[in-house]
Design a protein around this ligand. Structure first.
Ligand SMILES: [Ca+2]
Length: 198
């Protein structure tokens, strides 16, 4: 009799264990939805440049930044239209009101490539251009804190700023002839710019 009770208790515990296991698996599966990749994008215009020059350009551009679920990679698609003399494009830290520091290169030409930790793709010429690439910790330019902006010492810091809307992308042009800022195709400080946001 005691043995029968013992068996029932054991079988009951086994059934309970199985049920708990199934719930654990189901709840893990559900929580994966919270780890899906996050996307940010920018709509770049001349009027967004800071400090405002003004930048009299009819050019425009965009980027789409897809952050991997584990937040170790950013796949990007950069487009720009109506720009001449494009020399480089970056992601900068900072809100929409400031000129912030470069933390990631999206593209660059010639000697400017050497300023990036890993040479970025070319910034092609053309009336309508698309550049793609993948950014990882190897691409990051670390930065000390500046003003009220936090330090960027890791790729995780950069991703956190990106998710929080505290980065912008811009595209720089330069005709290679002094002086600067003479018109479209000659804004070394940036011709079009946009805040990366949801
Ligand atoms: Ca010039």
């Amino acid at each position: 009799m005691q043995m029968q009770i013992f068996r029932r208790v054991v079988l009951g515990l086994m059934a309970l264990g199985l049920t708990v296991s199934v719930f654990a698996i189901l709840s893990c599966g559900g929580s994966d939805d919270n780890n899906d990749g996050i996307q940010r994008q920018a709509n770049m215009q001349g009027a967004n440049e800071r400090p405002p020059l003004p930048v009299p350009t009819s050019a425009s551009g965009s980027d789409v930044l897809a952050i991997s679920a584990d937040r170790t990679q950013i796949q990007y698609v950069l487009t720009y239209n109506g720009l001449t003399n494009v020399v480089q494009a970056h992601i900068h830290e900072g809100d929409a009101t400031v000129a912030g520091q470069v933390i990631l290169y999206l593209c660059a030409n010639g000697a400017l490539k050497a300023n990036a930790p890993v040479p970025p793709p070319d910034c092609p010429a053309g009336s309508s251009v698309t550049v793609t690439g993948t950014l990882t910790a190897a691409n990051l330019i670390t930065r000390a804190s500046q003003g009220n902006r936090p330090a960027v010492t890791s790729f995780a810091d950069a991703v956190a700023l990106l998710i929080d809307g505290v980065t912008y992308s811009n595209v720089h042009t330069d005709d290679g002839v002094a002086p600067t800022n003479t018109g479209p195709g000659d804004f070394p400080g940036g011709e079009i710019r946009g805040q990366n946001q949801p």
